[in-house]
Design a protein around this ligand. Sequence first.
Ligand SMILES: Cc1ncc(COP(=O)(O)O)c(C=O)c1O
Length: 434
Amino acid sequence: MIHARLRERHEAVMPSWQSLYYEQPIALVRGEGRRVWDAEGHAYLDFFGGILTTMTGHAVPEVVEAIQEQAARMIHTSTLYLIEPAIELAERIAALAPIPDAKVFFTTSGTEANEAALLLACNARRSNQILALRNSYHGRSFATMGVTGNRGWSASSLSPFNVSYVHGGYRYRSPFRDLDDAAYISACVDDLRDLIDTATAGDVACLIAEPVQGVGGFAVPPDGLLGAMKQVCEEHGILFVTDEVQTGWGRTGEHFWGVQAHDTVPDILTFAKGIGNGLSLAGVVAHADLMDGVEANSISTFGGNPLAAAGGLANLRYLLEHDLQSNARKMGAHLRSGLADLVAGHAAVGDLRGKGLMIGVELVRPGGTEPDPTAASALLEACRRRGLLIGKGGLYGNVLRIAPPLSLRLEEADDGLAVLAEALDEIDGRRDAR
Ligand SMILES: Cc1ncc(COP(=O)(O)O)c(C=O)c1O
């Protein structure tokens, strides 16, 4: 009843395009570690972390205390004043970033971080031509929607940019899908060269890419692809932006930043989501020359404010002190191998992929590759009924997204796998009964 009433009120005053999960949407009102409770008292294991944002876990005491302490002293000053926690956070991020002589500009969202990155690139190159990947997602503003290669998230064609889309991020449905890694990379690089020659005026500002496409269904290109593309970019002076909004902070397990799997140094890096553990904190990192090249004033009133920065700092400290990147690698491998066993007998699973704690399960109509978004929705419901929250995504809404907080424990991973096993059986049973 509580949820039904909330839903009525939500629908009366909030936009219809801000979609909700589940036939009967739920409100999450309390969390602890990897567990959350809804407004009607049901408990869940949280394997989506508010879209990969609850990074260290719910109600981590060290993070909560830092926020409470800062909130009681000073929530906001604006960037017109020195903000010590923001300075310290920027120092730490600059040291962790794979960019030499780095500077950091804080924003409040991933969208705004990518806006800033695009501004830096366009200013430096005096060009509004951008290269982006097909099946990408970079945000909800006009500029970032304009570099988003996903029809389902492109509500308008208005854009300040002239954009060309490159092959490569989403291998499962790529025309090059049957090639081995080296040949796939080579085909995508050839396409990039061809695109620059045929679709642009040559002086492109930047190529922006997610190392693992998040909204696009945790699509993982072969390691090295982005590095090979960066080499082509360098030949033309084109800057390379890595969007680490989902892949940053060790989530992919093997590296701290997703781009590091591609053996290359980006010119610009954007981050958001996990750093604030839910606080509104994001930003862009670039070499000092590039960052300082903006020739007009620019501020983000809330970006890196004392509250967000103090919470983000405590969250980052916790992540590093507990080496959650290693945990993401171990737990990711455990979940992945458990899932590989689970999906082996299920014709509805077309592809199992991912890195670390970013695992995608692409659902198709048995016998082919036709996307099956209905099965994805049914699986989401089946998991929820059994106390597990997971996410959904992909170009056709047919990919399950499994992305728990990086502090996931072994017994929780096993509990999640058990639910997924039952849910997959339920879906198969339903199909057989049809
Ligand atoms: C890769 C990527 N970039 C940018 C964004 C936009 O971030 P925000 O929703 O914080 O504006 C998202 C959000 O999901 C994302 O996944």
